[in-house]
Design a protein around this ligand. Structure first.
Ligand SMILES: *Cc1c(COP(=O)(O)O)cnc(C)c1O
Length: 379
């Protein structure tokens, strides 16, 4: 049974189904048609990335970065332990070894002060995941990467429209990946994008995404037949999905302002409850502009979190926790991870709780969530 107030619900802005009908009428349902081009153009304009390629998911965009980096077995990739599984799996698939680094206690982002000591001659990349769309300390991370000749990849699944010191997230690393999964700010169900800022990687990315062929060059008339020229796979979403996504991208201001209002209301109306009970609200540094992907609180203990979740469930409201630490997961332990390696991740992952936040969450429903949370005082 779905909850009366769900954690997330996908909503239509209005033009999604019209654009899908238009895509069908155009007679081009495979990837890289008119709607894919329009989506890519908006992503390039909004982020300032040199090139945007729509992909079938953020996971696949991450996998593309692993292919583009030519990762070999034994190469190392620095990743936060407090992360989504595919943020790491994309590199493990190529035989790379994940090197788990803890997160900062404030923003819950990769702790840039802990990176340098984990770099070895085999380190090839650093994956900077902007948690909740609040930027990692990109100046420090990029400086370390430059000193060691390492590539920076932004996992920007949460961070579309976010900024770091006036720079758009997705435009800072050599690569950035976006997600349009149902749970993200803008969606087409399952989808993603690879943003490229290292111009020298653009041509090869086009080939990797097109099954390792130069099919795109063929369509542009640059070669007279297309053939197998590199490794690759099939990472193009159908025009049906791109049509849906285009409607969401067109409605980005409506979505973002709605989410911003919901986020701000939680922040304003839960502040008193939080400070009275030693609950920590989200930390957004001055120099970061966040895109309102998530509203999370840190409860004082796992036990308090469990009881709050249960109490809200009894009121038919779904709230959820988030990433389990990757370094001491079953898979993480195979790479040598063990409990105690990333103490901040281990601690906060037991105490973090996310509240319902989606386009279309009504003011009445949000009032109910706020009232139910505020009523909880059994710490
Ligand atoms: C959602 C998410 C992904 C994966 O996105 P998909 O499009 O579902 O593959 C990767 N990283 C982060 C941080 C995410 O939140």
């Amino acid at each position: 049974m779905p909850y009366r107030i769900p954690f997330n619900r996908a909503t239509l802005l209005g033009n999604e189904l019209n654009y899908i009908a238009e895509a069908v009428e155009r007679g081009h349902l495979a990837g890289d048609g008119e709607f894919t081009r329009r989506c890519a153009r908006i992503l390039e304009q909004e982020t300032g990335a040199k090139k945007a390629f729509l992909t079938t998911s953020c996971t696949h965009a991450l996998e593309m970065t692993a292919l583009l980096l030519d990762l070999q077995p034994g190469d190392e990739v620095i990743v936060p332990s407090f992360a989504f599984v595919t943020t790491v799996n994309a590199y493990v698939l190529r035989g790379a070894t994940p090197v788990f680094v803890d997160v900062r206690p404030d923003t819950l982002n990769l702790d840039e002060r802990l990176i340098e000591e984990r770099i070895t001659p085999r380190t090839k990349a650093i994956v900077a995941l902007h948690y909740a769309g609040v930027a990692c300390e990109m100046d420090a991370i990029q400086r370390i990467a430059d000193e060691h000749g390492i590539t920076v990849i932004e996992d920007n699944a949460h961070g579309l429209f976010g900024e770091y010191r006036g720079r758009k997230l997705g435009s800072i690393g050599a690569f950035a990946t976006q997600s349009f999964h149902e749970t993200k700010n803008l969606t087409c169900g399952e989808g993603g994008a690879l943003l490229i800022n290292d111009a020298s990687a653009i041509e090869r990315a086009e080939i990797v995404r097109e099954k390792g062929t130069d099919r795109s060059r063929f369509f542009r008339g640059q070669v007279d037949k297309y053939s197998w020229v590199d490794v690759g796979s099939s990472y193009l979403p159908s025009e049906v999905l791109a049509a849906f996504l285009f409607a969401q991208l067109e409605g980005r201001d409506e979505i973002q302002s709605g989410r911003g209002a919901i986020w701000q209301r939680y922040s304003d109306e839960l502040a008193g409850w939080a400070s009275a009970h030693d609950v920590r609200m989200p930390v957004v540094p001055e120099h970061c502009t966040q895109p309102f992907h998530m509203f999370h609180v840190l409860l004082p203990s796992m036990d308090a979190r469990t009881r709050l979740i249960d109490e809200l469930k009894a009121k038919d409201i779904l709230t959820v926790f988030h990433y389990l630490p990757l370094h001491n997961s079953e898979m993480g332990r195979r790479f040598g991870g063990k409990t105690g390696d990333c103490p901040v991740t281990e601690d906060i992952s037991e105490r973090l709780l996310r509240l319902p936040l989606f386009h279309g969450l009504s003011a009445d429903d949000q009032s109910e969530v706020i009232d139910a949370v505020s009523a909880f005082d059994a710490f």
